[in-house]
Ligand binder design. Structure first.
Ligand SMILES: Nc1ncnc2c1ncn2[C@@H]1O[C@H](COP(=O)(O)OP(=O)(O)OP(=O)(O)O)[C@@H](O)[C@H]1O
Ligand SMILES: [Mg+2]
Length: 370
């Protein structure tokens, strides 16, 4: 069952097409994230779902009604859409205490005083902010303010939550903390959640499914695991993952039916153990992609994909170490766990895990599947 459906939704701002014929089916109860670089149309999409932005074309509906339709001339205003918001800029009212910030939105719903008080009490309990009822926003830390904003959204008791970069004002540590809070809350409340972020890590950790957007269009719509392991195109491959995926441009060189290499002027990698590589024609221009954690530093093994390189930099960060190696114009990053030491300018050997190698078509930039 879809909680929200977007069909052919377009939004133009003058010459700029912010959202371009977007089709999206959001399932009931799922945590769906719109992920993409700045300006790709995430906020505009969310605001159209909320009713804060009027599309130029298409249709937006929930499971039981049409919210917007160009063709049918339907437009339901935001306050009647029964959705809870949490926007980055949607700060708390500074002159109202925590209780009032939460109850304000409920008073328009004509609830009894008892009902309002009980909701305020419950939501503050849920975000672990009990006891802060009479504090003013200026007397709270950034993380606590976010929790109150979260509480305010939960208090609306709508089945749909819309969040636009709600954690972007927090420092790194708090952000990780709030991620668990959000995930836990989602599991408890089960509300359909549409979440906007440009932080790929946030998207991967929180979401049931991710929509990767670029220039107002969907580049891939999939589970975090699929997005990470099977990016449909180079854009998604490059946007998701930190440190970024390694890319080596070259062409396929077939020695015989079972021996195939990826070559460029600096590198010759035996990729015979990749079924995809075997299926490619001699001379095909491709981009080999492999994630840093799927490379090992070791000694060359006959028939396995590997490449020599020179240590360029070693970046330990405690739980892991990133080693950058160069070979001609190609630069490769390797991720190994723990503190590992390598000497700059030493020659090392990079061994690729055959099952983790992906190939993209150099022209279309699409993932090659066989
Ligand atoms: N009110 C507006 N008037 C004119 N152009 C706008 C307006 N709002 C958004 N745009 C343009 O539409 C495009 C998409 O903007 P949007 O805010 O949806 O991007 P975003 O993905 O949320 O980016 P960010 O990650 O920076 O928040 C951008 O090119 C932006 O400049
Ligand atoms: Mg935005």
């Amino acid at each position: 069952m879809n909680a929200i459906t977007l069909q052919n939704v377009t939004k133009n701002f003058g010459e700029v097409t912010a959202v371009d014929r977007l089709d999206l089916e959001i399932r009931e109860g799922e945590f769906l994230t719109l992920l993409g670089p700045s300006g790709c149309g995430k906020t505009t999409t969310l605001r159209m779902i909320a009713g804060l932005e009027d599309p130029n074309d298409g249709e937006i509906s929930t499971k039981d009604r049409i919210l917007y339709s160009k063709a049918k001339g339907v437009y339901i205003p935001p306050e009647q859409r029964e959705m809870g918001f949490m926007f980055q800029s949607y700060a708390l009212w500074p002159h109202m205490n925590v209780s009032k910030n939460i109850s304000l939105g409920l008073e328009t719903k004509k609830l009894s005083r008892e009902e309002v008080n009980s909701r305020v009490h419950n939501v503050l309990d849920q975000v672990q902010m009990k006891g802060y009822e009479t504090r003013y926003p200026s007397e709270l830390s950034g993380g606590q303010q976010q929790r109150v904003a979260l509480a305010r959204m939960i208090a609306s008791e709508t089945g749909i939550f819309l969040m636009d970069e709600p954690l972007s004002n927090l420092d790194a540590l708090l952000r990780v903390d709030m991620r668990s809070e959000l995930k836990h809350l989602h599991q408890t409340l089960g509300a359909t959640t549409v979440y906007v972020t440009h932080d790929q890590m946030e998207a991967l950790t929180l979401s049931d499914r991710i929509v990767v957007m670029n220039k107002g269009r969907i580049m891939q719509f999939d589970t975090p695991a699929e997005i990470y392991h099977r990016p449909k195109n180079l854009f998604v491959a490059k946007f998701v993952g930190s440190p970024p995926i390694n890319l080596i441009s070259g062409y396929i060189k077939k020695r015989d039916a079972s021996k195939v290499f990826l070559e460029n002027k600096d590198i010759s990698i035996d990729v015979s153990s990749s079924a995809t590589a075997l299926s490619l024609a001699d001379g095909t221009e491709v981009i080999l992609a492999i994630r840093p954690e799927n490379i090992r530093i070791g000694s060359p093994v006959q028939g396995k994909p590997s490449v020599p390189g020179t240590v360029y930099a070693v970046l330990p960060s405690g739980s892991e170490t990133i080693i950058t190696a160069r070979r001609g114009e190609s630069e490769m990053r390797v991720k190994v766990s723990g503190f590992v030491e390598y000497v700059i300018d030493d020659e090392i050997h990079l061994e690729f895990d055959s099952n983790s190698i992906l190939f993209f078509d150099s022209t279309t930039e699409e993932l090659i599947t066989h």
